[in-house]
Design a protein around this ligand. Structure first.
Ligand SMILES: [Mn+2]
Length: 315
């Protein structure tokens, strides 16, 4: 059964408003009388956004204690749904939750090899030891790969912060949850030197926007799937900032110029999701508070969700 999960956690982001993203997508569907997201197939995962109104004590991983709680609840919901054999379409606020999605998939399938296709302008490979911002939404892949990256250390996080970081990495009792060889980036173009260090060290594949344009979006998706041919399961994580802000909109927390077009994103997603192994896709970082074109980012995300669902329901 196809199931929609809603995660409104935005405590991992540096700008406010991504918690409104999943609702903005649902409202774009409602405005269009689109039957997507009818109540019976939608489950909302609890969040800890009330922490936004409190003082934070961990500057190198802001609100990390609450992120730990989000990870526990989010990974449990993913685990339960995966265990029931559901196909999951997740609408999330900030990208931090994707680390908990990966944890939940591994909890449901500890014996299986997971491949991750991460479509994003950013590499999300920071740790509390390397982050310039302290925003945990820049860390979900470091959490999944269990990378502290001490070779590039610039911060000295507190003991409390380090304890919570260990908890994040160990969510579900599996660590690491992902091998660097089983990760493919598409569209990453704003990696900081600490992240580039890991990408080089572990030779993580990145299909740049120029590569997508040269090879074609469909071909890039095929190449990514082929590269992950040893994996049993494929999880696709789609950050809307992978797309070009001038072609789409600036309705996302950290837009980066020279991104994918919406059409390229659609072709990549639909080609990836046709693969038998792909049964979980997540859409993140829509922020309607930052959208200069009213709700256009959410409307674009809706088209991508709809195209993805069509593929998932027809295979
Ligand atoms: Mn991003």
């Amino acid at each position: 059964m196809l199931k929609y999960l809603i995660q409104k956690s935005e405590i991992g982001a540096g700008t406010r408003g991504s918690s409104l993203g999943p609702m903005a997508i649902r409202l774009a569907a409602a405005a269009d009388e689109n039957p997507l997201f009818r109540n019976q197939s939608v489950e909302e995962i609890p969040n800890e956004n009330s922490a936004l109104f409190e003082v934070d004590s961990t500057p190198h991983a802001k609100r990390i204690d609450q992120v730990v709680k989000v990870y526990q609840q989010h990974s449990d919901v993913i685990y339960r749904n995966m265990d029931m054999g559901n196909t999951l379409v997740i609408l999330s606020a900030d990208h931090a939750s994707a680390g908990a999605t990966i944890a939940g998939i591994r909890m449901a399938h500890p014996e299986k090899r997971l491949g991750v296709i991460w479509i994003d302008a950013h590499a999300d490979l920071h740790s509390p030891f390397t982050t310039p911002s302290g925003n945990v939404h820049g860390m979900p892949l470091a959490i999944s790969l269990a990378k502290d990256n001490l070779a590039m250390q610039r911060n000295n996080p507190s003991e409390q912060c380090c304890e919570s970081w260990e908890e994040l990495k160990n969510t579900g009792g599996i660590s690491p949850k992902l091998n660097p060889t089983d990760l493919v980036f598409i569209g990453v173009r704003d990696a900081e030197r600490e992240e580039a260090y890991i990408m080089n060290e572990d030779r993580i594949v990145n299909h740049k926007v120029s590569d997508v344009r040269a090879a074609g979006a469909v071909e890039t998706a095929h190449k990514s799937l082929e590269y992950l041919s040893e994996c049993d399961l494929i999880y696709v994580s789609f950050d809307v900032d992978s797309m070009d802000p001038s072609m789409v909109s600036h309705g996302t927390g950290t837009p980066v110029k020279d991104g994918l077009s919406a059409k390229e994103a659609e072709l990549i997603l639909t080609t990836l999701l046709k693969d038998e192994r792909a049964n979980c896709v997540e859409f993140v970082e829509v922020n309607p508070l930052l959208d200069e074109k009213k709700n256009y980012m959410a409307e674009t995300a809706l088209l991508l969700v709809e195209a993805s669902v069509n593929v998932l329901e027809n295979k």
